[in-house]
Design a protein around this ligand. Structure first.
Ligand code: 4AD
Ligand code: MG
Length: 433
């Protein structure tokens, strides 16, 4: 008789029924007449109890020698069990070995991060990594839902680009047929500006690349960024959009994952519950004053690194928005404030030392000013002629931002390093697996 094939996440719906579970052996212990198999199926872990008298003798004997991560199918009765973390266990009637695994490299003992990153293709199977990847998927879905639900159209940006968006020092170069060199995109923003003039409210969401020579816990060479861009939007409205997105993401993650955040990742979720709009806003110049008052040497013109961001963020109970930075610190495309020393840019800094998760602002919409900025930045004019067309034909004020998925997931999950937030991290010193 074919039993219903079920998942562990849905096991409660099958109490007192016989079911089939397909998965892998996560861990096991035995005592004479009983084997306790921890079986995982990608949706959870269940204890499958194999009693000597319940299964054929050769199956019972075989179960004694199964290696961790052996692929198995177990069939049996779902029983309520108060001691189980999931509330149920499986009383096994039949055990089928699909393929055996011997000497699995990641044992339940502690391994160093370097070793685990080297075995990332297997590390993904661990309970902690399972939760992180699930939270990442929820963050990405929340991002889409937020924009799709607010009248935005998804527009995909190209990955091969002819020029820099965020400065020439962090470009990855790719030979491109007879056309010379192409570059992996640093940001889809310039293309979103074209799309915003066509569709009003747009966003792109995809991988972006930076040849960052920074070996910090916040930098990857390949990361995912969502970039909304809106026609007729100002810096002030951009900040409202940004705080709306961040609080929507956090609320969704808490709604779906609060239990696992606490039990598996040991996250203090009380800090996440504060994350509600409006977020405090301070100008860059106020930020400098606050740094000085906190005994941190700082002066107008200094860029903020991780340390400065942490000092500032620690002064608030939710993310803080810093706006109006010195023009020298910002890319060529920012519009200037009436105070010409300042760019109409803003960053959202996450609490608890996670630093900048969003960067964005209002764009220069005047043709002549933008031409001047491009030549001041020594950027190749030809590559930007299409971009200047956007200022020639019906230019309007517009703004947008980019939110980095990995830094957001690291913050929400409370992880030390962004490398655990992406399935296969790409960093200066890592391209495998
Ligand atoms: O501040 P950034 O460089 O802004 C832009 O690229 C704009 N063109 C976005 C826009 O306005 N459309 O990057 C935006 C965000 C950062 O706040 C950070 O979260 C993330 O992208 N980010 C990185 N994440 C991981 N590794 C890196 N090397 C990152 N660089 C930026
Ligand atoms: Mg930035």
């Amino acid at each position: 008789m074919a039993l219903p094939v079920v998942t562990i996440s849905n096991i409660a719906a099958h109490e007192n029924q016989e079911v089939e579970l397909r998965g892998w052996l996560y861990n096991k212990r035995s005592s004479g007449k009983l084997h306790f198999l921890q079986v995982r199926d990608g949706t959870g872990v269940i204890q499958a109890v194999v009693f000597k008298n319940d299964v054929p003798a050769e199956q019972f004997a075989h179960a004694d020698h199964l290696g961790q991560e052996t692929a198995i199918i177990v069939r049996g009765l779902v029983k309520k069990d108060a001691r189980s973390p999931i509330g149920f266990e499986l009383s096994v009637k039949e055990l089928e070995i699909v393929s055996e695994a011997k000497d699995y490299p990641i044992t339940p003992k502690e391994h160093g991060v370097a070793y685990l990153m080297e075995h990332r293709h297997l590390w993904l199977r661990s309970a902690r990594q399972n939760v992180i990847l699930r939270v990442r998927a929820t963050v990405e879905k929340a991002i889409r839902d937020y924009f799709d639900g607010n009248g935005f159209t998804l527009v995909d940006a190209p990955i091969f680009t002819p020029a820099a968006c965020e400065g020439t020092s962090t470009l990855f170069t790719v030979p491109y047929f007879d056309l010379g060199n192409a570059y992996l995109t640093q940001s889809g923003q310039l293309y979103m500006e074209a799309a915003a003039a066509a569709l009003g409210k747009v966003y792109c969401f995809g991988p972006t690349f930076r040849a960052e020579k920074s070996k910090t816990r916040r930098h990857l060479t390949e990361f995912w960024m969502v970039e909304p861009e809106v026609a007729y939007m100002t810096l002030e409205e951009d900040m409202i959009l940004a705080e709306g997105l961040v609080s929507f993401i956090v609320a969704r993650v808490l709604e779906k994952h609060e239990k696992e955040l606490v039990s598996v990742l040991e996250r203090d979720v009380s800090k996440l519950k504060n994350v509600q709009a409006p977020f405090p806003r301070i100008t860059y110049e106020e930020a400098i004053e606050r740094l000085k008052a906190a005994g941190h040497p700082a002066k107008f013109g200094d860029d903020f690194g991780g340390d400065e961001e942490t000092v500032l963020a620690n002064q608030f109970d939710r993310p803080v928005i810093v706006h109006r930075y010195p023009v020298e610190l910002k890319a060529f495309y920012f519009k200037r404030d009436p105070d010409p020393r300042l760019a109409l840019g803003m960053d959202v800094l996450a609490p608890e030392g996670y630093g900048e998760i969003i960067g964005g602002g209002q764009r220069e919409d005047d043709l002549e000013t933008l031409e001047k900025r491009i030549s001041e930045a020594h950027l190749p004019r030809e590559a930007f002629s299409w971009y200047l067309d956007l200022r020639r034909y019906g230019t309007v004020p517009h703004a947008g931002f980019g939110l980095g998925v990995e830094r957001t997931v690291a913050w929400v999950c409370g992880l030390h390093h962004v490398r655990e937030t992406i399935p296969f991290a790409r960093m200066m010193e890592r391209i495998t697996p």
